[in-house]
Design a protein around this ligand. Structure first.
Ligand code: NAD
Length: 284
C-alpha cells in the first residue's frame, strides 16, 4: 500500500480563499471586518517570524491586523493593561499573545486575562472547559486543524481507535478531547508510556505531537491507518522533520500528512477561522 498524502497546505489555502469571500461580502454589506490583535513581547527571532506570518495571513483574507511589539522589559502589569484595553476594543475579535513570554511574566495570568470570547488560541480555561464538557467554543488551533484534515478524509470517525502521542496542554490533550467528541476511542500516551509501539500498532488513527524525529517507526503503523504528524523539529541541516518515519510509514498507512505542509498550515488557518467565529458569534 502507498498512502495518500493529506495536503494541509492546499486545504489551508482553500479555507483562506473561503474566508476571504466571507470578508469581501461583509465589506459589500458595510459590516465591520474581523480584527485580530497580536502582541509580541521581546525579540525572539522565531516568534518574530510567527507574528509576521500571522499578519500576512490576516492581510490575505482581509482581516484587520493590529500588531504590537513590546520590549522585553515590559512588566506583567503593563501587558495585562494592554490586554484589558483590547478586551474592551469593539474592533478587535481576537487577541493573541505570542509565546514564549519573558520569564518575569506568568503565561497563565496572561492567558486568563484574555476575554474567553477573544481567546482565538483556545487556551483559556473557560474554552478548555467547554471542550471537556462537549460544548466547544473557541478551540485550540492545532487540534482543530487536525480535525479538519480528518473530517475531509473520512466520512465518519465514529468507533475508530485513535492513539495520540504527546499530551501537552495546547496540542495533545485537546487533541484527545476532540477525537472523543467525534466518537473515537482514544489512547493518550506520553513520555512515561511503556508500550508506545503497542498503542500505535493498534490504532486506526495515529497522531504524534512530541518533537522527536523518527520516534514513530514506520513498521508500527497498522495497514490502512491514518497518520497525522504534528511534530516539527529542525535537523542539523536546517530541514524540518516530523516525529514519524515518513517513507516507511507511507508504505503502510492509508493517509499520511507530510512535514512540512501537513498540520502546520492548518494550525495557522484555524486561528483565522476562530477570529471569524468570534466576530460572528460574540461581537456582531
Ligand atoms: P511539549 O514539549 O509541550 O509536549 C511534548 C509531549 O510529548 C509531552 O506530553 C511529553 O510527555 C511527550 N513526550 C516526550 N517524549 C516522549 C517520548 N519519548 N514518547 C512519547 N511521548 C513523549 O510539545 P508541544 O508544544 O506539544 O509540541 C510537540 C511537537 O509538535 C513539537 O515538535 C512542536 O514543534 C510541534 N508543534 C507543531 C504544531 C503545528 O502546527 N504543526 C503546533 C504546535 C506544536
Amino acid at each position: 500500500m502507498t498512502a495518500r498524502i493529506i495536503d494541509g497546505k492546499a486545504i489551508a489555502a482553500s479555507i483562506r480563499h473561503d474566508l476571504k469571500k466571507v470578508v469581501d461580502e461583509m465589506k459589500v454589506k458595510g459590516e465591520r471586518i474581523p480584527g485580530l490583535a497580536v502582541i509580541l513581547v521581546g525579540n525572539d527571532p522565531a516568534s518574530n517570524v510567527y507574528v509576521r506570518g500571522k499578519r500576512r495571513d490576516c492581510e490575505e483574507v482581509g482581516f484587520k491586523s493590529d500588531s504590537r511589539s513590546l520590549n522585553a522589559t515590559t512588566t506583567e502589569a503593563e501587558l495585562l493593561g494592554m490586554i484589558e484595553a483590547l478586551n474592551n476594543d469593539p474592533t478587535i475579535d481576537g487577541i493573541l499573545v505570542q509565546l514564549p513570554l519573558p520569564e518575569h511574566i506568568d503565561p497563565l495570568a496572561v492567558m486568563e486575562a484574555i476575554h474567553p470570547n477573544k481567546d482565538v488560541d483556545g487556551f483559556h480555561p473557560y474554552n478548555v472547559g467547554r471542550l471537556v464538557l462537549r460544548h466547544p467554543g473557541l478551540r485550540p488551533c492545532t487540534p482543530m486543524g487536525v480535525m479538519e484534515l480528518l473530517n475531509r478524509t473520512h466520512d465518519s470517525l465514529l468507533g475508530m481507535d485513535a492513539t495520540v502521542i504527546g499530551v501537552s496542554n495546547h496540542v495533545g490533550r485537546p487533541m484527545a478531547l476532540e477525537l472523543l467528541l467525534q466518537g473515537c476511542s482514544v489512547a493518550a500516551t506520553h513520555r512515561f508510556t511503556n508500550k508506545t509501539e503497542e498503542y500505535v500498532r493498534y490504532a486506526d488513527i495515529v497522531i504524534s505531537a512530541v518533537g522527536i524525529p523518527g520516534l514513530i517507526k514506520g513498521e508500527w503503523i497498522k495497514p490502512g491507518a491514518t497518520v497525522i504528524d504534528v511534530g516539527i523539529t529542525r535537523d542539523a541541516n536546517g530541514k524540518l522533520k516530523g516525529d514519524v518515519e515518513f517513507e516507511e510509514a507511507s508504505k503502510r498507512a492509508g493517509w499520511i500528512t507530510p512535514v512540512p505542509g501537513g498540520v502546520g498550515p492548518m494550525t495557522r488557518v484555524s486561528m483565522l477561522q476562530n477570529v471569524l467565529y468570534a466576530k460572528q458569534h460574540f461581537h456582531s
